[in-house]
Design a protein around this ligand. Structure first.
Ligand code: FAD
Length: 408
């Protein structure tokens, strides 16, 4: 891959995959899926399972976008807590959203098991409180989720945090045994193998646009590249650059992560980290609201590592990479349809699980089953204000405000 941002641990440890041919005008497909990340792959696979002739187009290589670069943190639910969703949308809609958003965990596990995808899946996710009042809110959320929706997670008191992590000085947390972590690129490649086996024609190095393809339906799964497909849709997300590193394998990995959970802290610009299968620290931290990467990504992320694990100040960093996170105004995914074009994007940093489900909902909608799709399609969304020229600067100002609030 030529992208300097993709010197990733995942690319270096990717399972074997035979590059698929570029598109040369083949026809006869019912559905065109544009984008070879989790959303597109899941949609293509689900459409093929419904008996449709499917072509999937990926501009670069499978998993090139956020799906092959992300933190691999499997965090059940959406960016909003169920308490917030319930307050905003009422119990009936909240229950429908819960069933889908939390049911997404099983959809990913089911795909991994059914297709035998080797992607280092591990159980356990810990949300770590950066401030005492964050822990208060987390406990309320966790109790609400358990009593109102039957989703059990464990409240971890500050003094018990060492059962999961030796570092960070966190003020307690929530451990969710149903969450976890995985190797995202290998999950994407596994979905691609499954899609191929189900009869999907996959075209790599094939950048296409929806209006150039003659099929009954088109699925847009291009996330932060949506603007190239449809300007109006593109204005619903902004890309926020996020950076990751992998250290050398850690001799004291088991002491630092006794339960091998993935950890994300509760800040607006969060640190998130976990062990890889070969006991490296995989760490994501620091965001940038401009597209230009820092001159030295490793040094940019190391600052954040040292905040959490001061003893790792000199541990070698062997891979450093980054990618754009597609974020919507309200941080809920934007899913919908425009005629025979169906789209899903803007998972706002919570895409590792929900994208697989979103792909399946897109396939349902293409075949005329709208009920579950509409649960998401009916969520209210607004484009970022400011038009093409000012949307990003304005959004950046807003985001910087929240990042600053965390530091106070
Ligand atoms: C650094 C980083 C860390 C993250 N960490 C986490 C995490 O730990 N947990 C979590 O839940 N979420 C995380 N996310 C978010 C998550 O990765 C995304 O929400 C999810 O992968 C989006 O999947 P997608 O398939 O919709 O989009 P993508 O994976 O971005 O796929 C879109 C694809 O479309 C292709 N494309 C674009 N234009 C065209 C065209 N014209 N023709 C053909 N193909 C085209 C692109 O090449 C790309 O491969 C992270 C994201 C990033 C960037």
């Amino acid at each position: 891959m030529s992208d300097p941002l993709n010197n990733s641990y995942y690319a270096a440890t990717a399972n074997a995959w035979k590059t698929q041919p570029a598109y040369t005008g083949e026809g006869g497909f019912d559905v065109a899926v544009i984008g070879g990340g989790f959303t597109g792959l899941s949609a293509a696979l689900a459409c093929a399972e419904k008996g449709l002739q499917v072509a999937l187009f990926e501009a670069q290589t499978i998993g090139f976008g956020a799906s092959g670069r992300n933190g691999g943190q499997l965090i059940p639910g959406l960016r909003w807590s169920m308490r917030e969703i319930d307050a905003e949308f009422g119990r009936e809609r909240a229950k429908a959203i819960f069933d889908l958003a939390y049911g997404a965990v099983e959809r990913v596990k089911d795909r991994i098991a059914t297709h035998g995808i080797k992607c280092d899946l591990k159980a356990g996710h810990l949300e770590a409180a950066y401030k005492p009042d964050h822990f208060d809110a987390m406990q309320r959320d966790s109790e609400f989720l358990a009593t109102q929706f039957g989703w059990e997670s464990n409240i971890v008191q500050p003094q018990d945090m060492r059962r999961h992590i030796d570092g960070g000085g966190y003020h307690g947390g929530i451990y969710d045994p149903q969450g976890g972590h995985f190797h995202p690129l290998n999950y994407a490649l596994g979905l691609a193998q499954a899609a191929k086996a189900a009869g999907v024609a996959i075209f790599e190095n094939s950048s296409v646009s929806a209006d150039a393809i003659d099929t009954r339906a088109v699925i847009l799964a291009t996330d932060t590249w949506m603007n190239d497909q449809d300007r109006a849709l593109g204005r619903h997300t902004i890309p926020i650059m996020n950076y990751n590193v992998a250290t050398a394998s850690l001799p004291d990995a088991d002491r630092l992560f006794p339960s091998d959970a993935a950890v994300a802290d509760s800040r607006f610009v969060l640190n998130y980290f976990r062990l890889s299968a070969d006991k490296r620290l995989l760490f994501g931290g620091g965001e940038k609201y401009v597209q230009t990467p820092p001159a030295d990504i490793a040094a940019f992320v190391r600052k954040h590592i040292v905040e959490v694990f001061p003893t790792l100040a000199d541990t070698p960093i062997e891979y450093a990479w980054g990618g754009p996170v597609g974020v919507t105004m309200n941080r809920l995914p934007h899913i919908g349809r425009k005629g025979n074009v169906f789209f899903a994007h803007g998972f706002s940093g919570h895409g590792a699980l929900v994208t697989t489900l979103a792909g399946e909902l897109l396939a349902e909608a293409v075949t005329g089953t709208m009920e579950r799709f509409d649960v998401f399609a009916n969520l209210p969304h607004r484009p970022f204000p400011g038009g093409r020229l000012f949307a990003r600067p304005l959004a950046t100002l807003g985001l910087l405000y929240y990042a600053l609030k965390d530091r106070l």
